[in-house]
Write a protein that binds this ligand. Structure first.
Ligand code: SF4
Ligand code: SF4
Length: 375
């Protein structure tokens, strides 16, 4: 019998360019083991980064069958980049598992939640379009504006005030009207495993923003999808793409301290994985909070590069809802153990997950909108 590394990845040939990345994990003594929030929440070897990468590799080189039970671990990942921070090789587990999902979808062995997400993608993006139509009625919005705002499906689906707060804040801080983008970045397709449509969606977005001067993105997941995953496919935006916190932090002097009863107690910042490890944005949200609160925000013991994932990403709430729930509860338990109070984040999925569990959770957009005097 040949050694596994001698075999071509004949069964899932689209993973061939990822062979070296997969093998780095397969032959690794699991050095990043303790960093994976999924296998920490559900301690099974197949759910460690090593286990997930090995399973995709063994399916690809025909060591195991291409079957739903061997495919499922590829979806047991939030795409949090946590393992990369603990890997001497900075191995790209996130991108490789997303690639594996696409290969496994093509084989018809994706988990039902992923298949559903692909089938219902059009329905999901219609909510973004409806939201954009509502925002178009705001006096700050003009189709011809050079600055465009992408709210993202998760904020649009929450049907709260955050999208309008963000649009009005960007317009006020930038001193000019903004336009609102009604095309999704395709993140749900990336997470579910439809790479072809994900690329098409990225091309559509690039077309829509090509005459804009900049794109301000509200959801950290959308910003990371555009700047990391679409860029990997060679799909770039002509306009610079900035997250809301990066845009607002350049205008700190225009913000005033907020006067809210809850802001007098502990206010702890949760780093969203896609904003922090994904884009390397750690200081901008902290600077915004410090300006709004008049003091540095409280911190989790595990923060910045080492922050724990809240379980909201990579489609995990759909494919493994119990594990995603445990991860959110664990993060909130840490928050309580460190003094409780208000938890602030800049990620629609984390916010929803924290609020659903009864936490006093506030979006950073809401705080910046108050500090900018638009709320
Ligand atoms: S990500 Fe790095 S440390 Fe983790 S299993 Fe793979 S090679 Fe090893
Ligand atoms: S990216 Fe995050 S969830 Fe995925 S394997 Fe690595 S640590 Fe685990």
């Amino acid at each position: 019998m040949s050694r596994p590394d001698d075999r071509p990845l004949r069964r899932l040939p689209t993973l061939e360019p990822r062979k070296a990345t997969l093998e780095r994990c397969v032959f690794c003594p699991k050095l990043c083991r303790s960093s994976c929030p999924v296998s920490n929440a559900e301690p099974r070897e197949t759910l460690t980064p090593w286990g997930k990468m090995s399973m995709a590799y063994f399916a690809a080189n025909e060591s195991v069958a291409v079957a739903p039970s061997f495919a499922a671990p590829a979806w047991a990942c939030t795409g949090c980049f946590g393992c990369r921070e603990h890997c001497d090789h900075r191995n790209d587990v996130t991108g490789t598992l997303f690639e594996a999902r696409s290969a496994l979808v093509a084989e018809g062995v994706a988990p039902p939640g992923a298949t559903r997400t692909i089938e219902r993608f059009a329905e999901r993006t219609s909510v973004l379009r409806e939201n954009a139509q509502q925002l178009a009625a705001l006096p700050e919005v003009s189709d011809r504006a050079g600055t465009a705002v992408l709210v993202g499906c998760a904020y649009a689906r929450a049907r709260g005030d955050t999208p309008a707060d963000a649009v009005r804040t960007v317009a006020k801080l930038g001193g000019e009207p903004v336009s609102v983008i009604d095309v999704c970045c395709g993140a749900p397709l990336l997470y579910a495993g439809d790479k072809k449509r994900f690329a098409q969606q990225g091309e559509m977005l690039a077309q829509v923003v090509k005459h804009k001067e900049r794109l301000v993105v509200l959801d950290a997941g959308c910003a990371s999808t555009i700047r990391v995953h679409l860029a990997e496919l060679g799909i770039g935006m002509i306009a610079p793409v900035v997250h809301f916190t990066e845009f607002a932090a350049r205008e700190l002097a225009k913000l005033e301290p907020i006067d809210e009863a809850w802001a007098k107690g502990p206010v702890r910042y949760h780093d969203p994985c896609q904003l922090g490890r994904g884009l390397g944005v750690y200081d901008a949200p902290r600077n915004l909070l410090a300006r709004a609160l008049g003091r540095a925000p409280d911190e989790f013991a595990r923060k910045r590069e080492d922050a724990r994932c809240s379980g909201g990403g990579g489609l995990l709430p759909v494919t493994m809802p119990d594990v995603a729930s445990t991860m959110a509860k664990d993060r909130l338990a840490e928050h309580e153990a460190e003094g409780g109070g208000t938890v602030v984040t800049a990620c629609a999925s984390s916010l929803r997950s924290f609020q659903k569990r009864g936490a006093n959770a506030v979006d950073l957009v809401t705080i910046v909108a108050k500090a900018a005097g638009v709320r």
